[in-house]
Design a protein around this ligand. Structure first.
Ligand code: ZN
Length: 397
């Protein structure tokens, strides 16, 4: 800490003043988001993802954060930033709050050419602008604001930005979980739900499976009776799979990719289906997994092999989640904002931390639409109150 920046001396601005502060900084927040969107960072391109990590590290260091790069060989590096508080402040005994985000996107390199980063009708457009580069920008500006208001951060803060969220978080999951374990709560800067900007208090669990069928090949003209079609078997299995859907209970099983066969005149020896699975409660995971693994072939000459599993358990609306949401509502109420909550079907790294029982609030990032789509945008005028909410939650979570 530098001299003259005494934490105790500064009065706390009221929420309305904070909103004014962020409104005055809105153009800076937008500039930060634009900088991030201009650096394309598809999950499957390590050099590109490493580039955005290299851009972000000094931005956080300039705010006093201590950065640590977790190297990954298969994916981009993951970036951890720790903000400690001075021990004499009396607040350093508090556990840190974990701000969680990702800088990978689903868009391939070159996407900027067809979906340029630009402002139109109060909206900022571009690949990853909503999911979730605006969320990272909000972290930077909320931290800077708290330092301006308090002289230093009111409690320790850990930021963790992952490189592979859009492809299952294989390189980052263990680190996310270790950091969450040591934190008082987790604030996930994924996009808000819908244009009303609801925060996410529940997410479905997500699984991915592949069913492979091995049949017996034969000439479709000369020896049709000798063949055992993997495709026919697969078709019958898909009908079985579809009966595992129970939308009322929040269970869905979607055969999303089908492959098989080699030629029209060959009875197919192989076929497979890629399956997306969603569950609403952790209790549903094992039962559904068992059903998927115990499929029996209709044709005894065909063999079935099921691989994969549940990747993210659901983020359930636990008491800890509800308590965090209540704190968020209280902050919002002070600026006459009725903050809503939503349960969504998509998973995030918040599923991991909530699944460990750590209070987690998700959907704290930008407000917009079109995540993973060509029309992806955020609503610029929503940024000040999102920043206000995040700053307030960093204090109270
Ligand atoms: Zn995301």
């Amino acid at each position: 800490m530098t001299a003259g920046k005494s934490a105790a001396a500064q009065p706390q601005p009221a929420e309305a003043d904070r909103l004014r502060y962020f409104s005055q900084h809105q153009h800076q927040i937008v500039d930060t988001i634009r900088d991030l969107v201009q650096i394309e960072s598809p999950s499957d391109n390590k050099p590109a993802v490493d580039r955005i990590a290299a851009f972000l590290a000094p931005r956080f260091e300039a705010l006093g954060g201590r950065t640590r790069l977790h190297r990954s060989t298969d994916f981009g590096d993951n970036l951890q930033i720790d903000f400690a508080t001075a021990s004499r402040s009396g607040t350093s005994n508090r556990k840190p709050v974990l701000l969680l985000g990702h800088y990978d996107t689903v868009y391939p390199l070159g996407a900027l050419a067809s979906m340029p980063c630009k402002i139109e009708d109060g909206r900022l457009r571009g690949p990853g602008v909503l999911d979730m580069k605006s969320g990272i920008a909000l972290m930077l500006h909320a931290i800077a604001a708290l330092q301006a208001w308090h002289g230093q951060l009111p409690r320790p803060v850990t930021v963790f930005l992952v490189s592979d969220e859009e492809v299952g978080s294989h390189s980052s999951r263990k680190i996310t979980e270790a950091l969450a374990k040591d934190s008082a709560g987790v604030l996930v800067l994924e996009p808000a739900a819908g244009l009303r900007g609801a925060v996410k208090t529940a997410r479905k669990g997500v699984g991915e499976y592949t069913l492979r069928v091995k049949g017996v090949a034969a000439h479709a003209g000369l020896d049709p009776g000798k063949g055992h079609s993997a495709i026919l078997e697969l078709a019958r299995q898909i009908a079985v799979l579809s009966r595992l859907n129970n939308l009322q209970q929040g269970v869905s099983v979607n055969p999303g990719i089908v492959q098989g066969g080699t030629r029209t005149n060959v009875v197919a020896a192989e076929a497979s289906v890629g399956i997306d699975v969603r569950i609403k409660s952790a209790k549903q995971a094992s039962g559904l997994d068992r059903k998927l693994r115990s499929l029996k072939p209709f044709d005894k000459h065909c063999k079935l092999e099921m691989t994969g599993g549940i990747n993210r358990l659901p983020m359930e609306r636990t008491a800890g989640v509800a308590a965090l949401y209540k704190k968020a509502q209280e902050i919002a109420r002070q600026i006459d904002w009725k903050l809503e909550e939503a349960a969504v079907g998509g998973g995030s790294d918040g599923n991991f931390t909530a699944g460990m029982g750590i209070p987690t609030l998700d959907g704290l990032g930008g407000v917009g639409d079109g995540a993973h789509a060509v029309h992806e945008f955020i609503v610029i005028s929503e940024l000040p109150r999102r920043a206000l909410l995040l700053a307030g939650l960093i204090e109270s979570a």
